[in-house]
Design a protein around this ligand. Structure first.
Ligand code: COI
Length: 391
């Protein structure tokens, strides 16, 4: 178990990645080969699978297998396996069901035009998973097990990776406290699994601007909380705000900081950026209450590549409102693994209702989305070696 120190806390805020090299494809092969395969005897037929993976939905169906590793306090991580996808056997006393000791990640497997399959920055997800585990007092999973489990599952269920553009195999690694115990303490038994879901765009209707509800009554987290960790609790805490937004015709909620109700933080499940008329970008800085998004970090790099200024700062909601009203703000967009880059067309709350860029998708937002997707799909040069070839 890693303890929280000022140093690793700083890394969580910055969301740094380690320099694990992935240029040697045999390395990923070696990591995947540590998983014993127990084949699903009733996999979906070719016809059924082909029909399913072209369905334009996010996260509603799952491939034939899952990866699984078990942890106990005495033995550490054991039984690395790929097994048939199916219900987990869980004791009703399992502490995750009572105290929500759970973390997860989200990343995608992309099929390139030549049929090869790739992951985007899985080392960044591995590192964030370790940071989340530290915050939720869960055991550390090594980069090798994290990346190996994903690669082993992708290899086994490679036929489930869609070939249609913007359609991917969404990988969902997660870890939870499985020990049946009602006392509040670190669990002595933990499970780690990866499931895979062939998925289309997160928002229905392709790239069209979404409406955002700015919520200042309910918060997803607060100072010293779990905001920087990817844990289920942050997402369940976001739902009340999200549904208030839905009642007001919005697809997503944007939270402000709980301490002062003054600064923009992040959306229910994604980060956000503002582009000003002069071309510079602003995004909420990582204060510890915001998820350090892998897409967020990649966008900052892509903007730096084109010498575009990116300011990571505490963004005052009142200033943003003024800047939208005065026409200084050109575009606003959301970003995340699931959302990729999604234009924001409207910001709404009890106190204001503002249209951004005439409610149209911004030119820069669309170009950035194409560039990122292009790198992920192998159509645009991957200057930063972000892509890892699985097969
Ligand atoms: C992702 O973007 O991968 C997430 O985990 C966010 C969730 C809203 C799907």
């Amino acid at each position: 178990m890693r303890t929280l120190t000022a140093k690793n806390m700083k890394n969580m805020k910055r969301g740094t990645v380690s320099g694990l090299s992935h240029h040697d494809p045999s390395k990923i092969e070696k990591m995947a080969s540590r998983f014993e395969v127990f084949a699903n005897e009733n996999p979906a037929s070719d016809t059924k699978r082909k029909e399913l993976i072209d369905k334009p939905a996010f996260g509603v169906l799952f491939s034939d297998h899952m990866a699984h590793i078990t942890w106990t306090e005495g033995e550490g991580w054991t039984d690395r396996r790929i097994e048939p996808y199916g219900p987990l056997k869980l004791d009703p006393g399992a502490s995750v069901l009572h105290y929500a000791q759970e973390i997860f990640e989200g990343l995608k497997a992309y099929r390139h035009a030549d049929g090869s399959i790739w992951l985007f920055r899985p080392d960044a997800n591995a590192e964030r998973f370790q940071n989340s585990a530290t915050r939720l007092a869960l055991p550390q999973l090594s980069f090798e097990d994290f990346i190996g489990s994903i690669a082993a599952l992708v290899k086994r269920d490679n036929a489930w990776v869609p070939s249609r553009r913007e359609y991917t195999l969404y990988m969902r690694p997660f870890m939870f406290a499985s020990e049946p115990f009602l006392g509040v303490r670190k669990a002595k038994e933990v499970e780690y699994c990866v499931i895979a879901s062939p998925s289309g765009p997160y928002f229905k209707g392709g790239v069209k601007p979404v409406n955002i509800w700015v919520e200042d009554t309910w918060f997803r987290t607060g100072p010293g909380g779990t905001g920087f960790a990817k844990c289920g609790g942050n997402y369940s805490a976001s739902l009340v705000g999200e549904y208030i937004g839905i009642d007001h015709g919005c697809e997503q909620v944007c939270f402000v900081d709980a301490a002062t109700k003054t600064y923009l933080e992040e959306l229910g499940g994604m980060n956000m950026f503002v582009m000003y008329k002069d071309g510079h970008l602003e995004t909420p800085c990582l204060t510890g209450t915001i998820l350090p998004g892998v897409t967020r970090r990649s966008i900052i790099q892509l903007a730096a590549d084109e010498n575009r200024d990116v300011v990571e700062k505490m963004i005052k909601l009142d200033d943003l409102i003024e800047d939208i009203k005065s026409g200084e703000v050109a575009e606003i967009f959301a970003c995340g693994t699931a959302a990729i880059v999604t234009p924001i067309g409207r910001l709404k709350s009890e106190k204001f209702d503002l249209t951004v860029n005439g409610g149209q998708p911004g030119e820069y937002t669309c170009a950035l989305r194409e560039k990122l997707l292009g790198i992920q799909m192998g159509e645009v040069e991957d200057k930063h070696d972000w892509m890892w070839k699985v097969q």
